[in-house]
Ligand binder design. Sequence first.
Ligand SMILES: Nc1ncnc2c1ncn2[C@@H]1O[C@H](COP(=O)(O)OP(=O)(O)OP(=O)(O)O)[C@@H](O)[C@H]1O
Length: 298
Amino acid sequence: MIDSPALELVDVTKTYKGGKRAVDGVTLRCGPGLLGLLGPNGAGKSTLMRICATVTRPTGGRVLYDGTDVVSRPGALRGVLGYLPQDFGVYPHLTAREFLSYLAALKGLAARAARARIDELLELVNLTEAVRTPLGEYSGGMLRRVGIAQALLADPRVLIVDEPTAGLDPEERVRFRAMLSDLAEDRVVLLSTHIVSDIESVASDVAVVTGGRLLRRGTPEALLAEVDGHVWETVAGPSEAAALRERHPTGRVIRTADGIRLRLLSDTPPAAGAVRVPPDLEDLYLAVVGGGVREAAR
Ligand SMILES: Nc1ncnc2c1ncn2[C@@H]1O[C@H](COP(=O)(O)OP(=O)(O)OP(=O)(O)O)[C@@H](O)[C@H]1O
């Protein structure tokens, strides 16, 4: 295994001009593996990712890579960084190969090595058949895949991907998750999303942010222990289902032939016949972000 130094945030704060505090005292250490940063829209994920990628300067705190302060010396991280921003843009008249060649040149990759790497990446992100098509004609999912390829150009030690699965179809999502999981074996991979299933099966660590604050950080197993014993399923008719949803933080709701199947957070059985079920990350997310934590586990 190649040694991958850690990326560390120490009490990082970002207050935008106008006074919005998007990140509020976040301390977070990211070693090799995949850290899934989970939070609702507006939680501050993109701001945190941009700070980690040295694109945005924090207004307080420190960001260290391998012990070096990368706020004052961003070059120490930029040379080993792959970054897919949320608002990734392309030149519409270029083909994927031209665009990636252009970015490879900007990164200082030798032309020959870049050509081989680009072929490899186009294969990896399943775009070999569209290499002659101008990017302006690509679908959202295809553009996302170009974005993923560019982030991997220089075989980065640190990979930061912000909402990378937006616009991908289910098959592409599965493929992408597997790819990230492989990459995370010997790299720092930081992935932000508001979609729990994006990180459910691949994250070795999960961080939950909301309102700019880090609310939880741990392995999925450790976080799930928090809601273990507090997740229930029950089937109810329409009026009972509505009442249950009023009373308890509610996860998945599925209409079945027998009635409405609800997944609920509660300390005690929420209804006669409710069955306790093993928790998943979505339950934890609901408990932490959806305000169910008092009832669920605290
Ligand atoms: N340049 C900016 N100037 C002022 N406020 C900003 C700026 N960028 C983001 N914000 C605000 O900071 C907060 C956090 O935004 P951020 O984009 O980091 O959140 P997010 O979790 O990535 O959400 P989303 O997934 O919706 O992008 C939001 O309230 C947002 O409106």
